[in-house]
Design a binder for this molecule. Sequence first.
Ligand code: DAH
Length: 507
Amino acid sequence: MNPLRSSVLSALLLPGVVVVGTRVGLPVLAMATLRLSSSSSFFAYQQQKVGLTAPQRPPSSFASPSPPPPLVVCSIPDRHHLPSSHSSAEASSGRISLGFCTRQSVGFCTRQQSWNRNLAAVAAAASVTEVGGGGSSSTISREEVVREDDPTNNVPDTVFGKIGLQLHNRESHPLGILKNAIYSYFDETFPGVFHKVDNLLPIVSVKANFDDVLTPPDHVSRSYNDTYYVNADTVLRCHTSAHQAELLRQGLTHFLVTGDVYRRDAIDATHYPVFHQMEGLRLFTQQEWEAAGMDGTALAAQELKKTLEGLARHLFGDVQMRWVDTYFPFTDPSYELEIFFQGKWMEVLGCGVTQQQILCNNGCAGTTAWAFGLGLERLAMVLFDIPDIRLFWSNDSRFTSQFKSGQLGTKFKSFSKYPPCYKDISFWISEEFSENNLCEIVRGIAGDLVEEVVLIDEFTNPKKGKTSHCYRIAYRSMERSLTDDEINALQAEVRQQVESKLKITLR
Ligand code: DAH
């Protein structure tokens, strides 16, 4: 393998083990992963895209190119002492251990989970809940998640390398600080009421991710272009709503569930293939709405707005807010909450009154509920002044040392910005061409050295009936200057792989 690429991949794939303690002090460990796109309105937004519908299988050649260095993990007893990366000893087997609960058992993970079995079955059972739970560790091998010869799999090594890192469980990481600030709001407003879950496995069934929350069969979010499939029945969750149904079935009536979510997407300062969301849900009984003299939906909608306006004030201070009607498959009515912050309107979260069918299907007939979902990175970027989403994954102490547990809103001070280097690539596209596939290739080669991929020119030659695209790739490290040789080697590899994998003709 090209030594340059190998070192780039290593850097990308080694980011680490993370630990997650449990609330009863038993050791659990976890690992984590990478990438982001942080809109909480994915489903609303997707609804508006035209022309993309049923899942499209990726070309089998599309899986990530080169085998990664093996990853492992170790068990680390306390979530307050987090390693910043895998040790070299850890990076020596092909497996990673995870601290996720993978078994439902009244809040306890009771046994070591072996991943040497059908992933769909694991995904179907995946998710334990939580709290107060004891711990065990699970192990995932690369072969179980990245299958280059399986046309129903489109998970690249770069994404596999992020599974288990659980940035949201690092107390002094901006995402952990934000998660805890939201927890504090709910604890202060509803003492002892909301159940918190933050260690569920991100590998879930298609049923949990889509069907259980009523995502239509032809909804674009199900496509291979948008979601990472482990196999035809199993995905990397693309939202934390994937856990709504199972938590309801477990009898939870008020819960917050936080985790890493995965989406195939563009590359820029606010999009990364892995990011973090928090989901909240609260049920209401008939007794409650009768006591309030309202119908169940009206009470849920009223309480939803009151609760989430309070949350926005808790995080952002005394800001102007507005409610915008929208569409989600899982709620009716559905809203987005926007705040006027730093001179413009900004979406904070998506929410609504849960569809009756979800409640009925999961043992909660005769109740109503509100639910919300928010993207942690999107809010943390604004609250901490973090300019680039890649920074959340940085182990550079110039980044990590700036944040302290409990200190929401510390303003990030940029350390020196190294210069970007731009390279263009032009080609005639074919019908199957998708920008997400291009971005995946670029990220697979350059990892976090790629800052942005932008379409800068597009035209159709009417005689040939062909369309040309020109993309500008911005390479920039957040930690050092890149050399010309290094960039040229990356760009050459990009050209070669784009040509061989995307059925395009280079110009
Ligand atoms: N799952 C949605 C997304 O990822 C966010 C969301 C919207 C969650 C509304 C909800 C909800 O629970 O009620 O875009």
